[in-house]
Design a protein around this ligand. Structure first.
Ligand code: PMP
Length: 383
């Protein structure tokens, strides 16, 4: 089986596994305990926190570990909203991940007003549209760094500056950006940044919310006061240590890895375009992360293509992994103005740290072969 669904989740890197194993094999200890086991656990937690703080250029105390980016996004949205004593106005875009969109839906139920920014044909938000929607009571703007379906990058640095000048808090979901475009090492473009370990060679079930400066976010979980009171509950120490190791790996090697993924992806797109007449690569004209291709062949249902490729030994996803299986079209492509017929054909191919050229060549051959078969034979009927 060849795995090309790295935007859904990636395999754990060898260095990450090596860092995590001792914690699973031995008595790991609770970082809150006073005894030696607890002190060792605390040191490991601090070390992982330092890896993230160093990567993002912030003090360790500004890194809060969570159960993943869904929780980090929720903590950012509700944590900021909870700092207010009356309802206000918050802005996000129509192409965000459901963990932001649904949180904004809940904000609305809680009495806040919410604006969903429209995007252009490649799924980008522009500053003028944002500027037109801002109101005196706008307290939050939340825009993702890179889209999980199309890979399109948003102008987050410009948005960040713009918000900063106006004193509006800016949250950035950086889940698909970290490890996929080199981190500049400059000041964080946002006041709050969400990351997830399992998209960058770390384990599932751990993420972090990183703050550019200290904010008194209202917590969502109450209890033992862990994570400086921002997120109560005993930390997932093996997961956090794994995330720290993944970030450390990226800090040392991300440029080569990103360049390698870009070479693979670009070659794949050229070969698919040459081999599949009528193939559409969504948002190809936009600046994208270099591991992601969202493609479609009108008339062939994405789910059908995914299932046929699965039978042939290749794992890709139709539209967003989170939405697939629900039988719904992509909200991202709808916001980009793509027709429903074409949107339903969309499949996402996402390359990762362990993808090899040989595997990709086999995938390209099969893709071309299966599309030709579905077009010519019974497979396309009813799809
Ligand atoms: N944001 C984006 C852009 C994502 O792609 C994902 C994962 N599909 C998430 C948030 C949620 O991350 P997690 O799986 O860690 O909850």
């Amino acid at each position: 089986m060849i795995y090309l669904d790295h935007n859904a989740t990636t395999a754990v890197r060898p260095s990450v596994l090596a860092a995590m194993l001792p914690l699973l094999e031995e008595q790991s200890g609770n970082p809150a305990s006073v005894h030696g086991f607890g002190r060792t656990a605390r040191q490991r937690l601090d070390h992982a926190r330092r890896s993230l703080g160093t990567f993002f250029g912030v003090h360790d105390s500004l890194v809060s570990f969570t159960s993943g980016a869904t929780e980090a996004n929720n903590l950012a949205v509700f944590g900021i909203a909870g700092m207010r004593d009356r309802p206000g106005h918050a802005i996000t875009s129509a192409v965000e991940h459901p963990s932001v969109l649904e949180a904004f839906g809940r904000l609305q139920q809680l009495g806040h007003e919410v604006t969903l920014l429209a995007v252009d044909g490649s799924g980008r938000v522009d500053l003028e549209t944002l500027a037109r929607q801002v109101r005196p009571d706008t307290f939050l703007v939340s825009i993702m760094q890179a889209n999980n379906e199309t890979g399109v990058l948003q102008p987050v640095t410009e948005i960040g500056h713009w918000c900063r000048e106006r004193g509006i808090l800016f949250h950035m979901d950086a889940v698909q950006g970290v490890g996929r475009i080199p981190w500049t090492g400059e000041r964080l473009p946002a006041d709050l940044v969400s990351v997830s370990a399992h998209k960058l060679g770390g384990p599932q079930g751990v993420g972090a919310l990183i703050m550019e400066r200290s904010l008194s976010l209202q917590p969502m979980l109450f209890g033992g006061g862990q994570e400086r009171g921002r997120r109560a509950g005993t930390q997932n120490l093996p997961g956090i240590v794994g995330m720290g190791a993944a970030m450390q790996w990226l800090a040392e090697h991300e440029r080569e890895e990103i360049a390698a993924m870009a070479r693979l992806r670009d070659r794949m797109e050229e070969e698919l375009l040459a081999g599949v007449p009528g193939l559409v690569i969504f948002a190809r004209e936009a600046v994208r992360i270099p591991n992601t291709s969202l493609v479609g062949v009108e008339g062939i249902h994405g789910e059908t293509l995914v299932m046929n490729l699965d039978l042939a030994g290749f794992a890709i996803s139709s539209g967003a992994a989170c939405a697939s299986g629900k039988g719904e079209g992509s909200h991202v492509l709808a916001a980009m103005g793509v027709t429903e017929a074409l949107a339903l054909s969309a499949v996402r191919i996402s390359i990762g740290w362990n993808t090899r050229m040989l595997e990709l060549e086999r995938f390209i051959q099969q893709f071309i072969h299966i599309v030709a078969r579905l077009r010519g034979g019974t497979g396309a009927r009813g799809s």
